[in-house]
Design a protein around this ligand. Structure first.
Ligand code: CA
Length: 362
């Protein structure tokens, strides 16, 4: 599989394609996605000059996304609003700050959006809060889960609602690796909560833990059969994609990827590391990627499609390179793919207009 990993050397090489640009007024020429499907591919730059963007979600004609520095931003009808929805007081640490964001499945009626962020109290912690939005502003906020251990590195931070309507929270080990095996600790887990923060009665350990033995999860997605896939960073190599079921132990720190029968093996193991990040199951038919998993990668600097067959990943192929590090990917209500680049996160080589939100329109 590593043979198929294509580190993007495309910048400056393939800049011949016709580019559709709606916003902003200064177009940036992007290389065409390297999708192998028929037709010419196009990308649109939706927003530029974002500061460490991390996660995004959609409602009606709006895109909500986080910037690690603490801002929740809104793109309304294609226009990036200057005024953030909220400006949270977050910790300024390498792998922390304002991370995950997800909208309630019934957002159109209740205007609930959830965010995960790192903050400094007596020490570093993470918490998930629920914000009530009104006219692109915060009108109320309530704590859903607090005192998730935090650290300079490995905070995890992905939050998403599953097809069961429950809120899933992916936490890192926060550099306390043995906490990942401790069912009483919130570190190194996939947690599962009701939308109000209470614990579902059918959780496997009668607490918030859904699965454990995770190191630093960075992406979550469910396929149409309800299988949950999670991307995860290894210590220096051995990044993983896992198929996660209730009650399972994924081995960290005693196992990386596979090899110990006491733990669940990863579906995919990346050695060398490509830093898999945001993940989405593509359900639309607008792009020739229907029923594929789409995975962002930071160090790998590509967007990949992963073909899945009943919980097994059967192939991996790059569908876009040349944008640098890619932090998140999601499918919009218009059926197209959106990505957030991650070039300003301190480990990349940002250009003058990074970071960007890009729409892949084929
Ligand atoms: Ca593992």
């Amino acid at each position: 599989m590593n043979k198929k990993i294509r580190i993007a050397g495309i910048i400056g090489a393939v800049i011949a394609s016709v580019i559709i640009l709606s916003l902003p007024s200064n177009p940036i020429v992007m290389p065409a996605p390297t999708t192998n499907s028929t037709g010419t591919k196009y990308v649109e730059i939706v927003a530029t000059n974002l500061q460490k963007p991390w996660a995004m979600d959609f409602a009606d004609d709006r895109i909500f996304f986080t910037e690690k520095v603490g801002r929740i931003r809104v793109i309304d009808s294609g226009i990036l609003l200057e005024e953030p929805l909220a400006n949270l007081h977050v910790a300024d640490v390498t792998d922390g700050g304002l991370l995950g964001l997800t909208l309630h499945p019934d957002f159109v009626n209740n205007h609930f959006l959830y965010v995960f962020y790192t903050y400094e109290g007596d020490k570093l912690w993470n918490k998930v809060i629920r914000i009530t939005e009104s006219e692109n502003k915060l009108s109320d906020a309530t704590v859903i889960l607090d005192k998730i251990p935090g650290a300079e590195f490995d905070n995890g931070g992905v939050i998403k609602f599953g097809p069961d309507g429950k809120l899933y929270i992916a936490t890192g080990d926060a550099t306390d690796e043995h906490a990942a095996q401790d069912l009483q600790s919130l570190s190194g887990k996939i947690l599962r909560l009701n939308d109000d923060g209470t614990i579902p009665s059918d959780n496997p350990f009668h607490n918030s833990v859904f699965s454990y033995g995770h190191r630093n999860p960075q992406g979550m997605a469910w396929d149409k059969s309800g299988n949950l896939y999670v991307t995860e960073h290894g210590p220096t190599k051995n990044d993983e994609i896992n198929l996660v079921k209730a009650g399972q132990n994924f081995g960290w720190p005693d196992q990386e990827c596979s090899g110990d029968k006491n733990f669940v093996n990863s579906l995919v193991c990346y050695n060398p590391s490509l830093e898999p990040a945001g993940l989405v199951f593509y359900s639309s038919d607008k792009l020739d990627l229907e029923n594929d998993l789409i995975m962002a990668s930071l160090r790998g600097t590509n967007l990949y499609k992963l073909t899945i067959d009943d919980g097994i990943i059967t192939s991996q192929q790059s569908i876009l390179g040349g944008a640098g590090r890619i932090r998140d990917v999601n499918e919009g209500p218009d059926g197209y793919l959106y990505i957030l680049t991650g070039n300003t996160d301190g480990r990349g080589f940002p250009d003058k207009t990074d970071d960007k939100l890009i729409r892949i329109v084929k």
